[in-house]
Design a protein around this ligand. Structure first.
Ligand code: ATP
Ligand code: BTN
Length: 320
């Protein structure tokens, strides 16, 4: 992993929200003004907005509420690892499965190669979102793995509701939505099996206060700040709420399977009773979405009757 310590020191100084001249920053850190400027550019490439005002210096465009590894570890029983910068929290865990215990989590402030389904890029700005992965050893095996993005989705929406935030919904099979815009995405990846158990890494990227980056994101998206209309939330508390909710939901899923989650999913399904299309390679199925079935498949009422679809290569889109 690359050494980012100078950039992180620059950020720490800037995190007080005040202006700092290049010269003062350089003196404080023990580097030249030119080096400060180079590191500022590097931080900007992490997706953080930094202003430069002639005669005043550099200032962060918005205050930083950084994740705190000690706080997180004190709040949850799951082993926690936190990185300022990583390629991908999912990849980090996949590479180390044999050293991890089920329920271990990994978080990062920024991902250089955050990814979504089918290898698509997940925009991962520094310090303004959540990137959270959990390793889970699923005793029920591969057949039960398909349900995981649904279980975790339900856990995310319910955890958000418990914070008093209403209106967040789910899009089958792996997205969290608000007013038809993507708030978070879930990515479940498998690293293989030990005995009959499947080794899975479940990752979530949730936008919290990321500034407009629509030149990089080719679909409507939103942030938690937009959902609640302010920035008054604590990223550490949110991370704890999600870790605890996932852990509970995954244990429950191991014990009772999908059945308990069907109704909970359907209650918050963004597209239920709305016209949709399912895209499966060249094939497109249109109809009215009717929620999920007992196996986690999506039910579509088509002109030929009720049809159910399940599998990783299916994309659901509105057809209104
Ligand atoms: P599908 O329904 O096939 O899963 P999707 O559009 O949700 O389609 P994913 O692979 O699940 O696609 O997610 C990756 C997509 O999400 C990217 O192609 C990009 O458009 C979008 N995206 C990337 N970063 C973000 C982000 N931080 N917030 C919201 N959307 C993002
Ligand atoms: C999607 O909508 O396609 C899923 C996006 C999942 C993004 C998260 S961020 C944490 C974890 N690490 C990754 O590289 N991806 C997932």
């Amino acid at each position: 992993m690359k050494n980012h310590s100078t950039k992180l020191t620059v950020l720490k100084v800037l995190s007080d929200g005040a202006f700092h001249s290049g010269e003062a920053l350089g003196t404080r850190i023990g580097i030249s003004r030119a080096a400060v400027s180079k590191h500022i550019q590097g931080i900007q490439q992490w997706g953080l907005d930094i202003y430069r005002v002639q005669g005043k210096g550099y200032q962060l465009a918005q205050p930083l509420n950084m994740l705190d590894a000690d706080y997180l570890q004190n709040q949850v029983s799951n082993p926690v690892e936190l990185f300022p910068v990583i390629d991908s929290t999912n990849q980090y865990m996949l590479d180390r499965i044999s050293t991890l215990s089920s329920g271990a989590v990994c978080l990062a402030e920024h991902q250089e190669q955050g990814r979504g389904r089918r290898g698509r890029k997940w925009v991962s700005s520094f310090g303004t979102n959540l990137y959270l992965s959990m390793y889970w050893r699923l005793e029920a095996g591969v057949a039960a793995a398909m349900g995981l993005s649904l279980i975790v989705g339900v856990a995310i929406v319910e955890a958000i509701e418990q914070l008093g935030i209403e209106g967040v919904k789910l899009k089958w099979p792996n997205d969290v939505y608000y007013q038809d815009k993507k708030l978070a995405g879930i990515l479940v990846e498998m690293s293989g099996q030990t005995g009959g158990a499947a080794n899975l890494v479940i990752g979530m990227g949730m936008n919290l206060s990321m500034r407009d980056r629509d030149n990089e994101i080719d679909q409507p998206f939103t942030t938690l700040s937009e959902v609640i209309g302010n920035d008054h939330f604590d990223r550490n508390q949110l991370a704890v709420a999600f870790i605890q909710a996932w852990d509970r939901a995954l244990h429950h899923y191991e014990q009772v399977g999908m059945q308990d989650f069907v109704e909970r999913w359907n209650r918050t399904d963004n597209f239920i009773n709305r016209p949709v299309k399912l895209i499966m390679g060249q094939k497109i199925v249109t109809g009215i979405a009717r929620g999920i079935d007992d196996h986690g498949g999506i039910r579509i009422e088509t002109e030929h009757g009720m049809e159910t679809y399940i599998g990783g290569e299916i994309s659901l889109r509105s057809n209104e």
